[in-house]
Design a protein around this ligand. Structure first.
Ligand SMILES: [Zn+2]
Length: 231
């Protein structure tokens, strides 16, 4: 890749019995590939790890929502610290198809059509997903064969999320009806072509704090940060 320099960024949320092992794998992988690696933790950024934040607020049932919001913030801060100009995340085809289905089931048209690949000047860096067309199974198989993982740790909070149910459902559908994930992605693409932000302008506004597209004065992410006492 000419004219591109990569820096790997690992977010350590502080999830006991899960994250330590995957951080070790990331250290081994980046060392092997000769890629500069930066680790940034919730503890450093927000003053406490995820386990503690959730305990304090009694919000274990919303763990994935809280974690997702804080992780996005951590990624942006990490990218700023290493001087990054684009954030490339590791989302795979399964992650992406699950998100389409989740947004559909929540009736969240704004999020369904939101495309962050070109970023928002002065708000967000562009976010790209180079692995988005590759099924999770292929990514994981590659890592196993290469010896980066010997077992696959699962996040202890995963079972609490809607995504977990969608994941199981989509896995079953894909098994019985191969191509389901790709068809979902194709459908999202077609909706994006037809539904422009302008056509849903009535339900769309910008968060007054962070500038994200949302359907209320303050976006969900900023509301969660406020409730956790994080600016
Ligand atoms: Zn916001």
């Amino acid at each position: 890749m000419p004219d591109v320099s990569l820096t790997a960024l690992t977010i350590d949320e502080g999830i006991a019995g899960y994250r330590d092992e995957t951080v070790d794998s990331a250290v081994r992988l980046t060392r092997h590939l000769g890629v500069r690696h930066h680790i940034i933790s919730f503890h450093d950024l927000f003053g406490a790890d995820l386990d503690t934040l959730l305990q304090k607020k009694g919000r274990a049932e919303r763990a994935c929502t809280v974690c997702g919001v804080l992780r996005r913030k951590a990624l942006a801060e990490g990218a700023r610290r290493v001087g990054g100009t684009t954030i490339a995340t590791g989302h795979n085809l399964d992650d992406e198809a699950q998100s389409v289905l989740m947004n559909l089931l929540r009736g969240d048209l704004v999020r369904l059509i939101q495309d962050s690949s070109s970023g928002e000047p002065a708000c967000f860096l562009p976010r790209i997903k180079p692995l988005a067309a590759i099924p999770e199974k292929e990514v994981v198989t590659f890592l196993f064969v290469q010896g980066y993982f010997t077992e696959l740790p699962e996040c202890p909070y995963a079972g609490t999320a809607l995504r977990s149910e969608i994941r199981t459902m989509l896995g079953d559908l894909e098994f019985r009806h191969p191509g389901t994930r790709q068809r979902l992605m194709k459908w999202q693409e077609r909706v994006r072509e037809r539904v422009t932000p302008r056509s849903i302008a009535g339900e769309l506004t910008r968060c007054t704090r962070c500038g994200a597209l949302c359907n209320s004065e303050i976006c969900q992410a900023c509301r969660i940060l406020e409730s956790l006492g994080i600016e």
